[in-house]
Ligand binder design. Structure first.
Ligand SMILES: Nc1ncnc2c1ncn2[C@@H]1O[C@H](COP(=O)(O)OP(=O)(O)O)[C@@H](O)[C@H]1O
Ligand SMILES: [Mg+2]
Length: 271
């Protein structure tokens, strides 16, 4: 403290109790560690479940086939029907497990980032989907796409899932029109140059109140009788965009088509 004529009268010492702040910092760090551990456990579970469940399932299917082949005459009509249903359920489980394994591999089996030409990727994906495109008489328009730094295999999975969905979710008999476009987003200071890729269709669409749900594993909004699938595709897509420090979302209205919007940095920071 200083008096009016500049003489030091004494000192004021300020104490600030930081115990509480320190405690909340510690608690936060503890929570973060807990979360990391439970994520790692979940990751491990997804992998082990999908991997180790395959073997017993393979046996169920193999012996089911054998039962059908060798003992069919001994089975009644009902017996054959039950066996068929069991085999169908087992086949479905195999598909679910395979998809879960694909989901788990987005993190466990990765390739280093390298330049990926999304024009080439899309061309290849469309060639894989050729039969479906022809059968549904779909029209697919592809604009100029960028070259980005990424995992080529995962970029392919991403486009495959999104274009596959755009071709799939249509009223029976309707001709899908799918537009794939890209633009570079305005660079702002401190933000990596990013591209925005949109996959737009004219299909059945969905209610946006369920937007977050469709990116979760095994979540579907439409019946399996009408549209085959396991509900893993978009969860895989989100994992892939997360790993590339990008994002994925969608705009839609029931009956008015859907537009999926992916953003991806053009370059990746070395970590
Ligand atoms: N283009 C689309 N139009 C309408 N609904 C869609 C579209 N893409 C995805 N969906 C909805 O999101 C759900 C999850 O998609 P996805 O994870 O790819 O699973 P799947 O294709 O196996 O059903 C779909 O079952 C569907 O209900
Ligand atoms: Mg899908």
């Amino acid at each position: 403290m200083i008096s009016e004529n500049n003489r030091t009268l004494g000192h004021v010492v300020l104490f600030k109790d930081i115990t509480q702040r320190r405690q909340s910092e510690l608690a936060l760090a503890h929570k973060a560690a807990e979360l990391a551990r439970s994520n790692a456990e979940l990751e491990q579970f997804a992998f082990v479940a999908s991997h180790d469940l395959q073997e017993p399932l393979r046996k169920i299917r193999a012996f089911g086939d054998r039962l059908k082949m060798k003992c069919e005459t001994a089975l009644s009509g009902d017996g054959t029907d039950y066996l068929d249903r069991m085999q169908n359920a087992a086949a479905r489980m195999q598909t679910l497990i395979n998809d879960l394994l694909t989901f788990s591999r987005v993190i466990s089996r990765t390739e280093a980032f390298a330049p990926v030409d999304l024009n080439t990727v899309t061309r290849e994906v469309l060639s894989d989907l050729e039969v479906r495109v022809e059968k549904s008489e779909a029209k697919v328009e592809v604009g100029e796409l960028p070259v980005i730094q990424g995992d080529a295999m995962q970029m392919r999975q991403l486009m495959q899932n999104l274009i596959g969905n755009a071709l799939k979710f249509h009223p029976p008999g309707a001709k899908p029109v799918v537009q794939i476009r890209s633009r570079t987003l305005d660079a702002s200071p401190g933000v990596e140059p990013t591209c925005e890729i949109t996959i737009q269709d004219n299909g059945i669409g969905f209610d946006e109140q369920y937007l977050e749900k469709i990116f979760a594993v095994f979540q579907r909004l439409h019946g399996r009788q009408e549209y085959e699938g396991t509900g893993v595709g978009l969860a895989v897509c989100r994992r892939i965009t997360d790993r590339h420090k990008g994002s994925i979302t969608a705009q839609s209205k029931p009956g008015a088509g859907a537009t999926f919007v992916v953003t991806l940095p053009l370059a990746q920071k070395l970590t």
